[in-house]
Design a protein around this ligand. Structure first.
Ligand SMILES: Cc1ncc(COP(=O)(O)O)c(C=O)c1O
Length: 474
């Protein structure tokens, strides 16, 4: 019989904090009747966000076209949605139960390409777009593509979204950390990038790519155009591919911040020798369709030989799921002003984004008022990465680097566990995303309803004060 010692050691080493031990404990406490405020994961519809009517109407009729013939459908569904589904069925007469082209249905890839062109005012080639089961699968495909040998190194931000560290571990690649600059609102720093790549090369690692998450998870940051330009020049200098994780592009809550896509900035810079892979998803934004697993990635400056290997890779997995492809179509092809479904769509969209903005503001303002807690205002995404001051308990001077890291990650883990046990608030320790040594954080989403976010702020304040008092007593 199989046992744990016989398993793939890379899988055993891989960690995924967002669904880790603290969350498991939260489920147990919930079973015992405790009220839990789940702030651990960016899963909007699990936290009472309603699906968009437009998306679900489109999906329902695509899944069950017979409904179109029913007279009641005309009363229940928007007219333009019915017509759109008829067009989809004409484009894809096999229906959603059949495999599609490996890269996804071509009319959807064309719609994605129009969406990108309209967003950025640049050309986009539908034959360089691949539809995926969420952004995660696309990201993992590109890791598979670029992993040339076990020494291939991927530069990832710290703090990062743990899909990256876990995938690197799983695939047996090398992780090259670069720290984001918390003081400068989590932007990337050129000197830091240079020193981290130098250090990696000294260890014999061969850097192949840099990952950038913009807007940031877990940081809630939105990168400026200048910062993106610097990153592109850095990648060009070191012959790195760029993986631009842009799944939060619709989640911006500040009039002073704008989303700049890597594709557009690269176009402006006239850079044509840096390979770019840009990812988007139906899971975030205002759709929050995480369970439908929709998304795409676009490639730029990738030659046809390389691209055909990517298509082969997709074809090994056959194709992405068709419902997810339809949701992707809905994301990039929203109702137009003159159409029946427009008003409802805009009302729902604005309400979701408006609520998120309000909740980002509550956290950004209120948590900063708590003594010993601080955060950079979350201008984007769905998260706040909160810094907590914990006084040193042990003398770390005589510890090795590894011992310090273990000791420090236990500390924010214990903090989050105690927070959960006492208040029912479920957040993820900063060590799950990575953080600078001797600093402590936790990540909270701002997805629960606003009254729960207000309750969370109150409970956090009381908990933090007591926690510090107890630490000083011991
Ligand atoms: C930064 C980032 N990238 C990618 C993903 C993956 O999303 P999905 O696979 O659902 O599209 C997430 C999910 O939380 C994320 O936060």
């Amino acid at each position: 019989m199989i046992n744990i010692k016989k398993l793939n050691p890379n899988l055993i080493k891989a960690q995924y904090a967002v669904r880790g031990k603290i969350v498991q404990r939260a489920y147990e406490l919930e079973q015992e009747g405790k009220k839990i405020i789940y702030c651990n994961i960016g899963n909007p519809q699990a936290l009472k966000q309603k699906p968009l009517t437009y998306v679900r109407q489109l999906l329902a009729l695509c899944e069950y076209p017979k409904l179109i013939e029913d007279q009641k459908t005309k009363a229940l569904f928007h007219k333009d949605v019915i017509e759109k589904v008829q067009r989809i069925l004409a484009e894809n007469p096999n229906g959603l139960g059949a495999y599609t082209q490996s890269e996804g249905m071509i009319f959807i890839r064309k719609a994605v390409s129009r969406f990108i062109s309209e967003r950025d005012g640049i050309e986009s080639d539908p034959t360089k777009i691949i539809l995926t089961d969420g952004a995660s699968k696309g990201i993992q495909s590109v890791f598979t593509l670029l992993l040339n040998n076990p020494n291939s190194g991927f530069m990832i931000p710290i703090p990062q979204y743990p899909l990256y560290s876990a995938t690197i571990e799983l695939y047996g690649a090398k992780q090259i950390n670069y720290y984001l600059d918390e003081e400068k609102h989590w932007e990337l720093n050129k000197e830091e990038l240079e020193s981290s790549i130098d250090e990696a090369k000294k260890k014999g690692i061969e850097p192949v790519a840099i990952v950038v998450i913009n807007p940031g998870n877990p940081t809630g940051s939105v990168l400026s155009k200048e910062n993106i330009k610097m990153i592109i020049s850095f990648a060009q200098k070191h012959n790195l591919s760029i993986l631009a994780d842009e799944v939060y592009q619709e989640n911006i809550y500040s009039d002073h911040h704008k989303f700049h896509s890597f594709a557009k900035v690269m176009d402006e810079m006239k850079v044509t020798d840096v390979s770019l892979f840009s990812f988007h998803s139906t899971s975030k934004g205002f759709l929050g369709e995480c369970g439908h697993r929709g998304g795409y990635f676009e490639t730029k400056n990738v030659d046809s030989e390389v691209y055909s290997q990517l298509i082969k890779l997709q074809s090994i997995g056959l194709c992405s799921n068709t419902a997810g492809q339809i949701v992707t179509y809905a994301m990039v092809n929203p109702p137009q002003k003159h159409e029946d479904s427009y008003e409802t769509y805009m009302k729902e969209k604005n309400s979701i984004l408006g609520e998120l903005k309000k909740k980002a503001e509550i956290l950004g303002e209120e948590l900063n008022k708590i003594k010993g807690m601080s955060l950079k205002f979350p201008y984007g995404a769905m998260y706040a990465f909160v810094k907590i001051d914990l006084p040193q308990e042990k003398n770390i001077r005589n510890m090795s680097k590894k011992e310090i890291a273990e000791y420090e990650s236990k500390r924010d883990f214990n903090y989050c566990l105690e927070l959960l046990e006492e208040t029912g608030i479920c957040v993820v320790p900063g060590s799950g995303f990575g953080q600078k040594p001797h600093t402590y954080h936790f990540r909270t989403t701002f997805l629960p309803p606003a009254d729960e976010i207000k309750e969370l702020v109150k409970k956090l304040k009381k908990f933090h004060e007591n926690y510090l008092k107890n630490l000083s007593k011991n």
